[in-house]
Design a protein around this ligand. Sequence first.
Ligand code: GLU
Length: 421
Amino acid sequence: MAIKVKQPPEEMTAFEEVSWFFEQAAERLDLESELREMMKQPWRELTVQVPVRMDDGRVRVFTGYRVQHNAARGPYKGGIRYHPAADLDEVRALASLMTWKTAVVDIPYGGAKGGVTFEPRELSRWEMNRLTRRYTQSIAHLIGPTRDIPAPDMGTDSQVMAWMMDAYGQLEGYNPAVVTGKPVELGGSYGREAAPGRGTVFVLGEWAKLSGVSLEGKTVAIQGFGQVGSWTARLIGSVGLRVVAVSDISGGVYNGRGLDMEGLLRHSREAKTVAGFAGGEAIGNKELLELDVDVLVPAAVESVVNRGNADRVKARIVVEAANHPMTPQADVILNQRGILVLPDILVNAGGVVVSYFEWAQNIQQFRWEEERVNQELLKVMKEATERVYQVSQDWGVGMREAAFVVGVKRVAQAIRLRGFV
Ligand code: GLU
């Protein structure tokens, strides 16, 4: 099949961008148009008001969302984002990505995402607790262990999941399987926190094996030092890479000989940022993306690689640990420049895979050892990487398009088998 490189429009919203990748795969699969419409648009969207009594006695009214994109393959699944940019369009885009992500790794879920639009650093712990409870009450009729299972995402963590579980339990009775990414003490799974980072490293290592590329002694720059970025940084040495640069929202640090990871983790725990670490020179977030390294790992926010800087990316391999870190325009430019892109819906699926293990453990009321969690994670990520690699070889397409082809095909098949249309 000849590869048509279509040019994406210049201005697109986040949801249009993700839909662009979906459309490419639908085209490649020659999917019926009626099915395409069903699969592109979310099945259900809810916008809620979240009034919160602040510590100073005033009431602030926040806006929250839960977008349920598709549930053909199982209950809706996806994180909750607390971020100033988490508006309906962004949540919709991220919900759609979850549909393809759960399908690529073949776990029995659909895709969803939630969000509340605010800057979490501006709220106290008690304000955050009250906001989470109010938001959970407002979406409680849509979620549930067999309906829709939230999890952490940017700006949320295991503590927020504990509050969600508690608020849901007050309405519906105790049921830990309603959210994943909980603290281990409340039914969370060992290994869940490290899972997106661990999965990222597994996928990169597996891809290198399949394509006969040696990563030994090569350099890597990581943008983002939250849960995903910091765990990736910690584990990526296992595939032979040397971390020379990391950054977070406050700035970054570079050392061509390799960063002392122990020292960096200590510094970031104490200073709450990697910026100012004495083991290297200061570097900006934008500079990091254009460093002369072998591998670049965007592990922070959306659209950081875009048509404004795609020409200047020097890495030969880009590993998308973040959700949607690259626009379609940049994707075309990188492809034309022969830069290999390992896509988000495969790379960072480790989080939702261990969420699935957590959910299964909750339902069985049984806990797995961490070793078992990591082994099973490796198995799932290995199979998914092999499948996507095979499709990319057979069809002569990049890894992103191959991943979308695998995911979209599985969802289409589930819809057909259910007999909706
Ligand atoms: N928020 C994570 C993601 O984007 C995890 C979702 C989940 O575990 O449900 O994949």
